[in-house]
Design a protein around this ligand. Structure first.
Ligand code: SAM
Ligand code: SF4
Length: 184
């Protein structure tokens, strides 16, 4: 049998009104304590998974990329030390466009985060505002360009455009066309 590890990072720059996830803005002062608690929890849980191959690690949120690159690396190193994470395990991190820049993406790649899941939601400024997203469409383009330009590219990048019920099919198609331009 093989296993996957999901690590939840609940911090966000701002709280989007529609979000149903366990996520918080304004608690940044808790980041160091949260990272320490994560490492301790992983050490405690590891015994129960002794001998199980771990084929995927997913850092989700919240917005994991609100943590420093050094902390994210420490979490991954710790998991690799405590669990039998295979050398070719899929290691993914979720990101918001405003929380990554070129140096951070390079640091993430060097630490072993080889798959990136970027929240775009929409390329329409008004839609992003109605969702209370912290970023505009240009931030998605900038972040995706930076992700593509790394010397060692990400193996896998998703950009999630979440169509909302009030969108017509024309809006959705336009959104996907823009998505294809930034993602390829
Ligand atoms: C929880 S977020 C985590 C990653 C990052 N913070 C972001 O916003 O992209 C992952 C995805 O869940 C989506 N999401 C959040 N609340 C949702 C809801 N109530 N229904 C559907 N999707 C939701 C977000 O739009 C985002 O694409
Ligand atoms: S940034 Fe992501 S996790 Fe945070 S509130 Fe918005 S949708 Fe939820």
């Amino acid at each position: 049998m093989s296993a996957g590890i999901y690590v939840h990072v609940p911090f966000c720059l701002t709280r989007c009104g529609y979000c149903d996830f366990n996520a918080y803005a304004g608690l940044d002062h808790l980041r160091p304590r949260y990272v320490r608690a994560l490492l301790a929890e992983a050490s405690l849980a590891a015994a129960a998974w002794d001998g199980e191959e771990v084929v995927s690690v997913f850092l989700g949120g919240g917005t994991p990329t609100t943590l420093d690159a050094a902390d994210l690396k420490a979490v991954l190193v710790h998991l690799r030390e405590r669990f039998a994470v295979t050398h070719d395990a899929e290691v993914t991190i979720e990101a918001n466009p405003d929380t990554v820049d070129a140096p951070k993406l390079t640091a993430l790649l060097e630490s072993g985060f080889e798959r990136l899941s970027m929240g775009a939601q929409s390329f329409d400024t008004a839609v992003l505002a109605s969702l209370e997203r912290v970023h505009g469409p240009d931030a998605v383009r900038r972040a995706m360009a930076a992700a593509r330009e790394r010397k060692k590219p990400f193996q896998f990048v998703t950009v999630r455009p979440d169509a909302r019920p009030r969108h017509g099919i024309v809006d959705v198609n336009a959104g996907f066309a823009k998505l294809l331009r930034v993602a390829t």
